[in-house]
Design a protein. Structure first.
Ligand code: AMP
Ligand code: ZN
Length: 103
């Protein structure tokens, strides 16, 4: 999706460094971190929110990537957050899982 900021990041438009990446998902630092480590895990295909996610294998990949990000960034304890819908605070409509913690 051309106008989606996370699709642009995934497309390499800004040269964003990925904290973690595989065939299905990528993870990068949040631009406005709310914790010492604040990483966003996103599917490589454009899915607007959790409500539009049908693929259960991809659900597993996303959670698996959260754990991989925690391991890679040295987080033993962390919060994982998914905002779904504008009223719940979702600002970017490309599904993302927040991974937040302190080392
Ligand atoms: P949410 O409120 O759950 O939709 O979260 C969107 C998150 O995306 C916020 O924490 C923003 O700081 C973050 N964000 C927005 N634009 C960018 C960007 N270009 N690169 C990295 N993170 C971003
Ligand atoms: Zn997108």
């Amino acid at each position: 999706m051309e106008e989606c900021i996370f699709c642009k990041i995934l497309n390499g438009d800004f040269g964003t460094e990925f904290v973690y990446e595989n065939d299905y998902v990528a993870a990068f630092n949040d631009i406005n971190p709310k914790a010492p480590v604040h990483v966003l895990v996103v599917p490589k295909v454009h899915i607007a929110s959790l409500n539009e996610l049908e693929d259960k294998n991809l659900m597993g990949e996303l959670l698996s990537a959260v754990r991989a990000v925690a391991q890679k960034t040295g987080l033993k304890a962390y919060k994982t957050l998914i905002n779904t819908g504008k009223e719940a605070g979702q600002e970017v409509f490309h599904l993302h899982l927040h991974v937040m913690g302190d080392k």
